[in-house]
Design a protein around this ligand. Structure first.
Ligand code: GLU
Length: 490
């Protein structure tokens, strides 16, 4: 189906009373990132106009729709705070209503019975293929009335054959298709079940949907759906077809690019929902150069004019950096609760109240160094480890080259401090470095290794202060003992 020159303008629809949008996923898989963005745009548009955002599960394909997929969609939407209004509409449950509309159209002469057999239609397709013609139903039952008895039939829409239809798409602009390119689509199958095209149109009408905002892979469907809407004499919705998301290399988004279920962004990548939301918002929609945009701000600013016509590129690095921003802005107690389960698993034990308190007090330092919850959890483990804490290779090397004598001197210096605070401890360490005519790092690095088991960590003196005197000195003693033992057995 090709777009041609815009046709003469058609009668403008009266402005709708109240904006209603909907997200209409087919539950054949998880809620993927493109679907989540479509849902978000529908939500923001509705909220911006003080209208309703509805959710419809399009489960008419009984073979491919599954309960776990429905659960994953609801779970993903809840996690992202994509709160829909009213009850969820399940399309399959409305099949009788869909059939009713098909029969109404039949009675009004806008639809007809087609008795063409599958073999006949296959032969038609074969002939069209051979003649290199587009494959379309040829309307052979459109005007017939000589109905055979007891033969199965489908109900087809009697679509207009002349002229053209223009959709003034709110994202794509005017798009025109000649009616000759659209064949008479099936509305009701011979077993009485409605087709997907019929179901969508009837549901949108019955739900009062005023704006259909969805992926541009549905643009072709819109022309057929519009023919059906006009046959029923129903109010036409406004359409906005959003370009699909592509991978960072410009190819259609695939798993390799991060086209995963939103649950993977939460469970595997450790991202915060507000970060995913902010990133999705900016993926294909813009408001000047603004990058960090709150939900409230997005509702105020969102419009379809800001949606780009070209495909947006998914960029995992960008998403991580947006996540880092939200991590630093997040409430510390919330972050502790979010990382606690992963930390308990890594430690092989639950977290104590004292452990959670230590994490909370340390969080402002810890979160500076992480861009996702996984890194935050693994980077915080050293605080809760039981003595003697494990050393990574870099830490073990640092300790070995510093030697037990230096560590002992550092321990004694720190132990002599009048108050166990970061500035006081730093002052003591500097004093020792000066007395030995070495750089501060030569004292601080082995200490860091002893205290954290790694060569990198949040600020050493902050960590010492947070861990407290007894735990800190105990960890240094462990490292000294370990070095002495190694020497004895060497
Ligand atoms: N169920 C369709 C899908 O998941 C969406 C239909 C629509 O938005 O009109 O792609």
């Amino acid at each position: 189906m090709g777009a041609s020159q815009p046709a003469p303008p058609q009668a403008a629809a009266p402005p709708p009373a109240r904006v209603v949008t909907r997200f209409a996923p087919s539950p054949t898989g998880f809620l993927h990132i493109g679907g989540a963005r479509t849902a978000l745009f529908n939500l923001l548009f509705a909220r911006h106009h003080g209208g309703d955002f509805r959710l419809r599960i399009e489960d008419t394909d009984r073979a491919r729709s599954t309960e776990p997929a429905i659960a994953a969609i609801l779970d993903g939407m809840t996690w992202l705070g994509l709160d829909w209004d009213g009850e969820v509409v399940y399309q399959f449950a409305r099949a009788a209503r869909h059939a009713e509309v098909a029969h109404q159209l039949l009675a009004a002469g806008h639809a007809y019975r087609c008795y063409a057999t599958p073999q006949e239609l296959e032969a038609l397709r074969e002939a069209q293929r051979a003649a290199k013609q587009p494959m379309r139903y040829d309307g052979r039952w459109r005007d017939r009335t000589d109905f055979p008895n007891d033969q199965p039939y489908v109900i087809r829409l009697k679509a207009p054959r002349d002229g053209s239809v223009t959709i003034d798409d709110l994202v794509q602009g005017p798009v025109t298709v000649a009616n000759a390119e659209l064949d008479d689509m099936v509305l009701l199958r011979s077993d009485g079940t409605p087709t997907y095209m019929l179901a969508v149109v009837v549901d949108d009408h019955d739900m009062g949907v005023t704006h259909v905002i969805r992926g541009d892979d549905h643009l072709n469907n819109a022309f057929r759906q519009l023919a059906l809407i006009r046959a029923m004499g129903w109010q036409e919705p406004a359409y906005a077809h959003i370009p699909l998301i592509h991978g960072s290399d410009g190819a259609k988004l695939s798993k390799r690019h991060g086209a995963l279920g939103v649950d993977a962004y939460r469970d595997e990548m450790g991202l915060l929902p507000e970060a995913v939301e902010n990133y999705l918002l900016r993926l294909g929609w813009g408001h000047g150069d603004d990058e960090i945009i709150s939900r409230a701000q997005a509702i105020q600013w969102f419009d379809l004019a800001g949606v780009g016509r070209g495909p947006a590129r998914f960029d995992m690095k960008k998403l991580e950096s947006v996540n880092g921003h939200y991590l630093r802005a997040a409430d510390d107690a919330r972050l502790v609760a979010l990382i606690a389960p992963a930390m308990a698993t890594a430690l092989g034990r639950g977290l104590t109240d004292a452990g959670r308190d230590l994490l909370r007090r340390s969080m402002s330092e810890l979160k500076k160094r992480a861009s996702n919850l996984n890194d935050l959890a693994s980077g915080s483990l050293f605080l809760l480890r039981s003595r003697p804490i494990p050393m990574d290779d870099a830490a073990a090397k640092l300790l070995a080259s510093a030697g037990a004598a230096l560590l002992q001197a550092a321990r004694d210096t720190l132990a002599g401090t009048s108050e166990w605070t970061a500035p006081a401890l730093e002052h003591e360490a500097r004093g020792l470095a000066e007395a030995r005519a070495v750089k501060l790092g030569q004292v601080a690095q082995p200490l860091r290794a002893a205290i954290t088991g790694a060569a990198q960590s949040p600020g050493l003196f902050d960590v010492l202060a947070l861990l407290g005197r007894d735990e800190s000195l105990g960890r240094i003693d462990d490292a000294i003992a370990h070095l002495q033992q190694e020497r004895a057995t060497a």
